[in-house]
Ligand binder design. Structure first.
Ligand code: SAM
Length: 269
């Protein structure tokens, strides 16, 4: 049998379709999410409804965002779901989650087994809406979860670590092997919980500066910050911030990136 065929649907590579096919893993994810009846759950990429059906049984209403038109149509025809779900047939990268939270009159609980080809940009998109989100549970490549939680001075520490930790507390939940999916991906996966900080611990004046500085630093992660941040700061300015000019991007803490961002905001005023 073709291993891309699952429940009569041919898995589309371009939409990162690897369907969950393991009851234990599904149960563990639902248990980690702990949905409550009147909460505003939003699933990204429901696919063939492996998580959608068990979650829908625990809540009054469920909103799903699915890019694949055929899958969206199947969800609307699913007898267990059709009276409970609101299907948004759209690219999740285009969804304004603030508007969704306003419509549902409460912060969102977002979850999904994310398409791995766009999981990082999708998380950056979601970070813009953390004020409207109470928590997120995602299945990701294990390597991406490692990057989300990475501390400074490690290979996995990068722009994603800094930006994710700026906005959220991050808790790895569960590791998932390739054979839990159909078709099986080539990599290990893991489920992670992200809880947006109620009060951002190192709040910057302008998050665009933090984004810009982390981009410059990590795009040239092997260079010293004297060089990689040379377009933005001179050596005196870096030294005045108590930074070691010979440090590299991976040696700076979140707090130090936030100090740099605020210093740059002040310089640009
Ligand atoms: N939730 C299902 C499961 O666990 O079996 C499917 C997971 S599959 C890894 C990813 C799902 O995301 C697919 O249904 C795919 O069509 C959908 N998807 C891919 N790109 C998307 C996007 N940009 N916006 C919304 N959904 C997307």
């Amino acid at each position: 049998m073709n291993n891309r065929m699952h429940q009569g649907h041919f898995a589309r590579k371009r939409f990162g379709q690897n369907f969950l096919n393991d009851d234990n893993v599904i149960e563990n994810i639902v248990a980690a999410i702990q949905p409550k009846k009147d909460q505003a759950l939003v699933e990204i990429g429901p696919g063939l409804a492996a998580l959608t059906v068990p979650i829908s049984q625990l809540v009054d209403q469920l909103t799903v965002v699915e890019i694949d038109r055929d899958l969206a149509a199947r969800l609307l025809n699913n007898p267990f779901l059709k009276h409970k779900i609101n299907v948004i047939q759209e690219d999740a990268m285009m969804v304004d989650f603030t508007i969704l939270a306003e419509q549902m009159k409460q912060p969102l609980r977002v979850f999904g087994n994310l398409p791995y080809n766009i999981s990082t940009p999708l998380m950056f998109h979601l970070f813009q809406f953390t004020h409207a989100i109470s928590d997120m549970h995602f299945m990701l490549q294990k390597e991406v979860v490692n990057r989300l939680v990475a501390a400074p001075n490690s290979k996995a520490y990068g722009r994603l670590s800094v930006m994710a930790q700026y906005y959220c507390q991050i808790i790895p939940i569960l590791e998932v092997p390739p054979y839990a999916f159909k078709p099986a991906p080539k990599v290990d996966s893991a489920v992670v919980k992200l809880i947006p900080h109620a009060d951002i611990p190192h709040k910057v004046k302008d998050v665009r500066m933090l984004s810009r500085i982390t981009t410059e630093a990590f795009n040239q992660r092997r260079k010293t910050i004297r060089n990689s941040l040379g377009n933005l700061f001179n050596s005196e300015q870096l030294t005045a911030l108590n930074l070691d000019l010979d440090a590299r991007a991976e040696n700076l803490t979140l707090q130090q990136y936030c100090q740099l961002a605020d210093a740059y905001s002040l310089m640009s005023e």
